[in-house]
Design a protein around this ligand. Sequence first.
Ligand code: SAM
Ligand code: SF4
Length: 327
Amino acid sequence: MTDQYGRDIRYLRISVTDRCNLRCIYCMPEEGVPCVSHSDILTYDEITRICRIGTELGISRIKLTGGEPLVRRGLPDLLRMLKALPGIEQVTLTTNGTLLKENLGALTDAGLDGVNISIDTPDAARYEQVTRGGKLSDALVGLEAALTYPALTVRLNCVPMQEMPEEDYIRLAELSREKVMDVRFIEMMPLGQGKAFPAVRGERVYRLLKERFGEAGKCEGTFGNGPAVYVRFPGFAGKTGFIDALSHQFCSACNRVRLTSEGILKPCLQYGTGTDLRLLLRSGAGDDEIKAAMEQTIYEKPACHQFAKDRQEAAIFETRDMSQIGG
Ligand code: SAM
Ligand code: SF4
């Protein structure tokens, strides 16, 4: 459906859990966040019902995220339920990759279309530091396993940080020289823990890569669900993408809404506002009532985020960490 600004909203990002087996310094506090109790998390049936109603409003693409989505048991079951919905064209996953290998068979059997794996540095010691204890080898095993499924779209996501040596971006980008996968650089957003880490601009990363690999050709067309701009360096099998949420506000083309693990339908990443669909579901609301609530939330989606403005403490803005929203 189109919102009040004429944007076509087709993409739903669903956080299936706020729990995670890592503690990335820009995403989660060291002690973790107070975990939502199991009974407060939407069940797979509830998520599927929301998505079924969402398809009547034009939702056709879904991303499963978290926290770490693979710490929630039975994720392939949810995937299968979502893929069976008429109108759902694509279901993809965003994961830190550390639990991916053992789950990939079941996920691909259930119809997984693509996987984004978050790896911010190719250096094991720095990875351990950024993730507060994670093992790079676990994530790389997940990445390698994903690459053995030719039908799966595989992307590596990196959020550059000023603390990281710039050589790291070059080494990560270089992975797509031989491998058919995209490597994407995502500007740090000043949300939750991320506020403490100034963004490295996509343009800076691009200039570094250009010095090393030569001038890249711009890839025309739309790839994936959103605002990434893709280029291809000479001789590279895969593309390099940039998601510059700060440098190039792309809200006028935003096509997404988010569902938190507790069932809040969030129309914009930065705003704390949303509609409590769990309350409706559990108070016996019918499909029409839920659909009307979703329709109104989507219609009223804010025009744009205000990251560039120093208004972070304003009451309307999101105070949750990214692990609670799903990125
Ligand atoms: N655990 C999974 C993972 O790491 O991919 C899924 C959830 S995580 C919140 C989704 C994405 O959000 C990750 O790529 C992570 O790097 C990114 N992220 C977290 N905090 C961020 C921030 N402040 N700005 C930009 N991206 C952020
Ligand atoms: Fe967990 Fe992903 Fe956040 Fe890292 S970025 S703490 S892996 S949710």
